[in-house]
Write a protein that binds this ligand. Structure first.
Ligand code: HEC
Ligand code: HEC
Length: 298
């Protein structure tokens, strides 16, 4: 039977086409029309004039030669960067900047990951944060004012409707302001997933209490992960001081377990979560270190 089909080229072509079409319908067209493939992004907004100007600078400086802006639906990527990219997120990206080379980390979920001040300092001197970073310094962008006429022509090409006020407002901003504003909006249309960690009970005591060396181990971890934001000896910087007794802007002390929880899960206002990078012992040693610095301060 099959042998006969091979001897009839026209019939064979027709059968082959039908079989391939069935495959295409099942794997391509059917998913295209199912709702699950098109999650609605309630938070998606067009770029503001400032954010769009920042995107232009990102393209001009070739940031996409070192950074991608798309998280693939692979477990390792989702663990490292966060929720994988959805098609709708790029609706206002003309052109999109997925990139194909990751000399630096993916930036698809960079928005809201750090406070603005972190970005200003990191652009000024990436090596102050990560000694081995090969990212160039971009501090000079702060001395260059945006050119509203230039931005306006880009917006016209893209067909984005901005008011004269929006565009005029750009004159007071630097290129660095625009770039930071752009960083902070990337990937924010998709809700962040809560850190997958059970928090210690707020009243739980530090199991390392009484361990004389715990704060020294904590200091090593602190220097690696925390002092870029909280300053030398926890004196404060981009993040608040850790040596006073004001916690998340409220006066008064809190339990060791609550400090553990802040470090493990982060906060919505700029403290990153560390539960995926640091084990329990390391986080408790940080609590010991913070308590040690507090006592020195009294
Ligand atoms: C030569 C490659 C290179 C270029 C060009 C480059 N970067 Fe980077 N970038 C890196 C590397 C490597 C890192 C990781 C180390 C670090 O944070 O400095 C990084 C880190 C970052 C981070 C922090 C990411 C995170 O999740 O912690 C941001 C934001 C960033 N770059 C933005 C930019 C922007 C915007 C530009 C263009 C103005 C740019 N980079 C140009 C290599 C580069
Ligand atoms: C990217 C900058 C950044 C890094 C890195 C960082 N933090 Fe924070 N941290 C913050 C910010 C910003 C806040 C204030 C958060 C808020 O108000 O919700 C904060 C708050 C805290 C608080 C609550 C302090 C208070 O006075 O309210 C603790 C404790 C803390 N961080 C510990 C740490 C530890 C330990 C590390 C290192 C493992 C670390 N942080 C790394 C930015 C950072």
């Amino acid at each position: 039977m099959a042998g006969e089909l091979y001897r009839k080229p026209i019939m064979f072509a027709i059968v082959a086409t039908v079989v391939i079409l069935i495959g295409t319908i099942v794997t391509m067209f059917y998913p295209m029309f199912t709702e699950g493939m098109h999650p609605k992004l309630e938070n998606l907004r067009p770029y503001t004039a400032l954010q769009l100007a920042g995107k232009d600078i990102y393209m001009r400086e070739g940031c996409n030669n070192c950074h991608t802006q798309t998280v693939r639906p692979l477990k390792t990527e989702v663990m490292r960067y966060g929720e994988y990219s959805k098609a709708g997120e790029f609706a206002y990206d003309r052109p999109f900047l997925w990139g194909s080379k990751r000399t630096g980390p993916d930036l698809a979920r960079i928005g809201g990951k750090y406070p603005d001040a972190w970005h200003y300092q990191h652009f000024e001197n990436p090596q102050a944060f990560f000694a081995q970073s090969n990212m160039p310094k971009y501090g000079w962008l702060k001395d260059r004012k945006l050119d509203p006429a230039d931005s306006e022509s880009h917006m016209k090409v893209n067909g984005f409707p901005y008011t004269a006020e929006d565009i005029g407002g750009l004159a007071a901003k630097s290129e660095l302001d625009a770039l930071v504003a752009y960083m902070q909006v990337i990937g924010t249309a998709v809700a962040k997933k809560a850190a997958p960690v059970a928090a210690a009970a707020a009243e739980e005591r530090n199991p390392l209490e009484g361990d004389e060396k715990a704060h020294e181990r904590g200091e090593v971890v602190y220097k690696q992960h925390c002092d870029a934001c909280h300053g030398d000896d926890g004196k404060g910087g981009i993040g608040p001081s850790l040596t006073d007794t004001t916690w998340l802007n409220k006066e008064g002390d809190i339990g060791d377990g609550r400090i553990y929880e802040i470090i493990a899960n982060g906060t919505p206002n700029g403290m990153p979560p560390y539960a995926n990078q640091l084990d329990k012992d390391k986080i408790w040693s940080l609590v010991s270190y913070i308590r040690h610095e507090q006592h020195k301060n009294k």
